[in-house]
Design a protein around this ligand. Sequence first.
Ligand SMILES: Nc1ncnc2c1ncn2[C@@H]1O[C@H](COP(=O)(O)OP(=O)(O)O)[C@@H](O)[C@H]1O
Ligand code: SF4
Ligand SMILES: [Mg+2]
Length: 326
Amino acid sequence: MGEIILKTNDLTVDFKVKKNVFGKADRLSAVHNANIEIKKGEIYGLVGESGCGKTTLANAILGFVPITSGSFEAFGHTIDAKTGAAEWKDARRHMQTVFQDPYSSLNARFTVWQIISEPLYIAGERDERVLCERAAALVEKVGLSLTDLDRYIFEFSGGQRQRIAIARALITNAELIICDEPTSALDVSVHSQICNLLLDLREEFGLTYLFISHNLSLIKHITDHMAVMYLGEILESGATDEIFKNPQSPYTKALMSAILEVNPKEKRERIILSGEARSPINPPNLCRFAGRCGEACELCHNAPLPDFKKIGDDHFARCHLIGKGK
Ligand SMILES: Nc1ncnc2c1ncn2[C@@H]1O[C@H](COP(=O)(O)OP(=O)(O)O)[C@@H](O)[C@H]1O
Ligand code: SF4
Ligand SMILES: [Mg+2]
């Protein structure tokens, strides 16, 4: 692992939403000044509760939603709100996605080989024999058989559909695979099978993953680096094992307490979040977690969230309490 293949620079995505009867547009701050760095060959986890902006961050990188401000660097390109379509397309061809729901993300009218090879078709390959051969080469890699190629998606279980979606993500030899909650819609019994498949394929094809999940146990198990996001803002990031050993943000601690309580050796108690979550619409320039944070002090309600502080070699967090002996 070494070279950085994707780096965001204060990436921000706002959505305009209508609030009042006069139709005045309000700003929904979905992602605010996000900075992540993904190294070649690693699994980078993005974790946080539903609605915190994980998918929007991925969508901004993929060009599915417009960037409001900031930029990202990937595969020799720097992409921002003003980048033209051709440059976007060139950066985008190095990335593919595996979505949360394999029931709705795959075209029910296509056969398996058509679904798997479609990204190659979109990239310009028109020879049906080549498309079919490339799909055949991948279908077994994801644990299905050649006889599945002519079947339709309704004939498969959720886990099998996600395997098809993974084969589809690999067909263009993309280097970065963005997996957005790839196991959330599946039975718990197949979660580990899909995760193990992703790990095996990383080895075999030298892949890098941005792995999005609201499930911190999964993030702990599978990722090398991670970022913890709350209401559009990254509060802690770095090496996954460093963060788990020494979490700094009260929000990270609360998320972790929910999974550590099952370990009887752990002394930590579960932190129940109370209070009201802030609205992402026109948020004030304060810590967005303040309304629910059990450790919030006066500063948290009156002063902007401070910048990231270095906690360890590969660990950063932002919170008013850091360095204050708490
Ligand atoms: N196209 C959109 N228009 C307006 N608001 C959106 C849009 N997409 C997402 N949002 C809002 O942005 C916030 C982040 O959503 P999302 O990125 O889907 O979160 P997550 O993936 O972490 O669950 C939410 O408040 C959501 O309602
Ligand atoms: S800045 Fe304040 S409100 Fe925000 S996480 Fe830290 S202590 Fe809690
Ligand atoms: Mg999402």
